[in-house]
Design a protein around this ligand. Structure first.
Ligand SMILES: Cc1cc2nc3c(=O)[nH]c(=O)nc-3n(C[C@H](O)[C@H](O)[C@H](O)COP(=O)(O)OP(=O)(O)OC[C@H]3O[C@@H](n4cnc5c(N)ncnc54)[C@H](O)[C@@H]3O)c2cc1C
Length: 281
């Protein structure tokens, strides 16, 4: 089988999935699918795909046991429009191939991100990188949005004035805000994409990148549903225990033997609750 075509993926090619107030994710192209992972893994035996059940079992086995290279045979290209502060986090994922709109070549559009009321939060008091759950009163939300919007308008007006003066685009742009939208073509193989998704769909990632990652995952599910199911089961839904935690699993019920500090015990019990939640489902 030279070329993998997946009807569910073909149906969404070029379709724009809206994210945040003005962003989107678009599937441009894909090379490979679940079948390609199976073909690549079986190449050493000169065998191709078998029954759905056997292929699914193989993909799950590969993912569970970190046999990662067959997943690198799948490559996916997206067109993404996101605020620059999101792109700034995103670009840290170095295994992608990227082509971004050039602010030296093009005039940047007057499009900036304004958070919606439900995503305006106070600083968290216990997580320096996070947001508090405390609700923000609507009059404060209005003020936050007004301040952000006024500043965006002011900086874009300066940009426009500099362009009108004939100043080079590469200089005129230097004061544009991080909330300004940028666009890029972004290509990644499935192995590294799963790594990206695991980090950026996590609750610890900033909301504004998380929503993009979740949209990308929904698209990838159309291309490689079996691999995505295994990823959800074994990576997203899995937890790892430290050596010390494993030793304590047997001792936890015996307060005499348990040597955890309060924080260690709390972290450990949190993981156990996650596991218990899984069995509840
Ligand atoms: C919630 C969260 C908070 C973060 N906070 C910060 C922060 O405060 N400050 C900050 O600077 N960053 C921060 N980051 C970014 C983070 O440190 C990583 O740079 C980012 O997640 C990319 O991860 P990665 O290097 O594993 O991925 P990729 O760059 O996609 O690389 C994948 C893997 O390939 C290997 N690799 C790729 N390129 C190289 C290379 N040149 N050298 C060696 N190995 C390589 C590594 O094994 C790596 O794990 C944060 C990330 C998250 C998810």
């Amino acid at each position: 089988m030279a070329h993998c075509t997946v009807p569910e993926a073909e149906a969404i090619l070029d379709k724009s999935f809206p994210v945040l107030d003005k962003g989107f994710v678009r599937l441009i192209d894909y090379l490979g699918s679940d079948d390609r992972i199976v073909q690549a893994a079986r190449v050493s035996y000169g065998e191709g795909t078998k029954s759905y059940r056997k292929d699914k079992g193989l993909i799950t086995y590969l993912l569970r046991n970190d046999h990662t290279s067959p997943f690198e045979q799948v490559n996916i290209t997206f067109h993404i429009k996101m605020p620059i502060f999101v792109a700034r986090q995103w670009i840290r994922h170095r295994t992608a191939r990227v082509n971004e709109i050039s602010g030296r070549y093009s005039v940047m559009a007057d499009e900036s991100y304004i958070p919606s009321d439900e995503n305006i939060s106070y600083q968290s008091s216990d997580n320096k990188q996070g947001r508090s759950d405390e609700p923000v009163p609507s009059e404060i939300c209005e003020k936050v949005k007004k301040l952000i919007e006024e500043d965006q308008k002011r900086t874009y007006a300066v940009y426009q004035e500099l362009l009108d003066m004939g100043i080079a685009r590469e200089l005129a742009r230097v004061n544009l805000p991080l909330s300004l939208y940028t666009e890029w073509y972004w290509q990644m193989d499935l192995h590294n994409l799963f790594h990206f998704l695991q980090l950026r769909m996590d609750m610890h990632a900033q909301y504004e990148i998380r929503v993009f990652a979740k949209t990308i995952f929904e698209i990838v599910k159309k291309i490689c549903p079996v691999a995505c199911e295994a990823f959800e089961d074994y990576r997203l839904g899995g937890v790892t225990f430290t050596h010390g935690e494993i030793e304590q699993i047997t001792a936890i019920s015996d307060t005499e033997k348990c040597t955890f500090t309060g924080r260690e015990k709390e972290n450990f019990l949190k993981k156990l609750r996650v596991i218990a939640g899984k069995f509840d489902r």
